[in-house]
Design a protein around this ligand. Structure first.
Ligand code: SME
Length: 320
């Protein structure tokens, strides 16, 4: 049977087998098994993006490395470049990670959901030149059948006074947890009072956790920009000081590309360079309990954001 026909059958088989199944590990296990059995590849499996790296599983075949960094090996390259990478001869691929010395050629297909790479599908062959654009095309179609993969993600957003910022960001569908605190400063265990002196380098920041299969980082950032004046340096509303600066802090380098993209798009709208700081998160300390969900506890408390924004956040839906 020609490769195209095998893939066409395989695609139908996968589709009917996984219909209605939402457990991503169960589905990935059977998808790996079906691909592996159909073509008798040497190794077929997934690496999932978890905590800023690729983590092994599920897969079929011999023992493999369990962790792969962003941009490392063929898998990390497919993740970074968000494209399928076909390697006719693994020895010719700079930085190839040899989990097994038997592997001679390889294909890695990124699994992209809500605009983010959430996993990669990696297949190894014991022969050279096994994979071409036919494999790429079909495997790309197959990974589109997968249910939402991956666990929650984090991002830290400084948007002026964190009382209003938390209330606003928390309303967005897909945000599963928020806490307010102090990010990227220079002292240990800062208190609100210390941060208030503006001498600690900390920014009032909301730590967000979100479900990437419900809301993308891009969408969250677009919502974030609706609640700040990105052209205002160290001042949001009436609140002034470096502690009220705007900032996007990330825990995973892989998030940087989408952050830069959104910031560039916003800068274009204003026609000015923006004052929003984009940095890796260096540190974050949770603020005292009375600051957490402050406006829920004190509905008439101070808030620099207009009520209309909360209505907007309640209705916001990432439909992409
Ligand atoms: N060769 C891969 C590592 C994973 S194994 O092939 C299973 C790479 O270079 O990323």
């Amino acid at each position: 049977m020609k490769k195209e026909e095998s893939y066409s059958l395989l695609y139908k088989q996968i589709k009917s087998l996984i219909a209605g199944e939402n457990d991503s590990i169960a589905v990935m296990s059977n998808v790996a098994a079906l691909i592996h059995d159909t073509f008798r590849f040497w190794w077929t499996g997934f690496y999932r993006v978890e905590g800023g790296e690729l983590i092994l599983g599920p897969f079929q075949g011999p023992v493999a490395c369990m962790h792969i960094g962003f941009s490392k090996g063929v898998c990390g390259t497919a993740w970074k470049e968000r494209r399928t990478v076909v390697v006719p001869d693994v020895e010719q691929f700079p930085g190839h990670i040899a989990c097994s010395s038997e592997s001679r050629s390889e294909i890695v297909v990124p699994v992209i959901q809500k605009g983010a790479v959430v996993a990669v599908l990696d297949i190894d062959s014991r022969e050279l030149n096994t994979f071409d654009e036919v494999d790429a095309e079909w495997l790309e179609k197959i990974v589109l059948l997968l249910p939402p993969i991956g666990s929650e993600r984090d991002v830290w957003l400084a948007a002026g006074c964190f009382w209003g910022a938390e209330k606003y960001l928390k309303l967005i569908e897909g945000v599963t947890f928020t806490e307010v605190g102090f990010a990227n400063g220079n002292t240990e265990n800062p208190t609100y009072k210390e941060v208030y002196t503006d001498q600690t380098g900390y920014a009032e920041t909301v730590h967000l956790r979100y479900n990437p299969s419900v809301v993308s980082l891009r969408f969250l950032l677009e919502m974030y920009f609706k609640a700040i004046d990105p052209t205002s340096l160290n001042k949001q509303g009436e609140d002034e000081g470096t502690r009220y600066r705007t900032g996007i802090y990330y825990g995973n380098l892989a998030d940087r590309a989408v952050i830069d993209e959104v910031v560039a798009e916003e800068a274009k709208k204003y026609g000015l360079p923006l004052c929003v700081e984009v940095e890796p998160l260096r540190n974050f300390y949770r603020a005292e309990e009375y600051h957490q969900d402050y406006l829920d506890k004190n509905p008439s408390g101070y808030c620099h954001l207009p009520v209309a924004l909360f209505e907007l956040a309640k209705k916001a839906k990432d439909t992409k």
